[in-house]
Design a protein around this ligand. Sequence first.
Ligand SMILES: CC(C)(COP(=O)(O)OP(=O)(O)OC[C@H]1O[C@@H](n2cnc3c(N)ncnc32)[C@H](O)[C@@H]1OP(=O)(O)O)[C@@H](O)C(=O)NCCC(=O)NCCS
Length: 179
Amino acid sequence: MTAEALVGTVGIRPLRPGDGPALARAYARNREHLAPWEPLRPESWFTQRGQEDHVGRLMGERAAGRALPWVLLDGDRVVGAMTVSGIVRGPFLSGNLGYWVDGTVTGRGVATAAVAHVLAACARDGLHRVQAGTLVHNAASQTVLRRNGFDRIGLAPRYLLIAGRWQDHVLYQRLLGDG
Ligand SMILES: CC(C)(COP(=O)(O)OP(=O)(O)OC[C@H]1O[C@@H](n2cnc3c(N)ncnc32)[C@H](O)[C@@H]1OP(=O)(O)O)[C@@H](O)C(=O)NCCC(=O)NCCS
């Protein structure tokens, strides 16, 4: 489970094919913590098989240049994930950032440091822009984005189906490099 860097008190490294079982345990542990902020998940999401499928899909997206997925680690435990998905190349060079941190390690600057790590990798990958959307009342996530140089670009009504309801989101973007 060796990490490539420390972000606060935990490690971070790119997602690997064998991460499904540890991710399934992490999602099961964090089910209530994440429920208000995520889409409704089917029961299969919390199983080893479900996470192996999810990891397989992300690996395919990474190989195609459309995703950059990471996991956060505390020893052998997965304690979070950072995923840049929906990367579009050409004149857009932009991707969407999503993340979560295990309820036992929040409030220690982990997400702030991990987002900084991910932005540096996005810049090395040649991306021009990273976008993120938060629920209007997700103050912790908005703090994480602001601290990483994201600018608020607007309010998107009924933007994502979160916790079973189409909910408004504040959209943020961070431009990378000089272009
Ligand atoms: C949002 C989340 C990733 C933040 O992770 P984290 O590691 O705790 O973040 P950090 O410690 O780097 O920074 C969070 C900041 O927000 C603050 N914060 C936490 N809850 C808050 C709240 N309800 N209101 C205002 N600020 C809050 C923290 O105190 C901290 O600021 P501080 O360092 O000045 O104390 C984590 O809470 C999480 O996984 N939440 C559930 C999933 C989620 O919301 N994902 C993001 C979807 S956009």
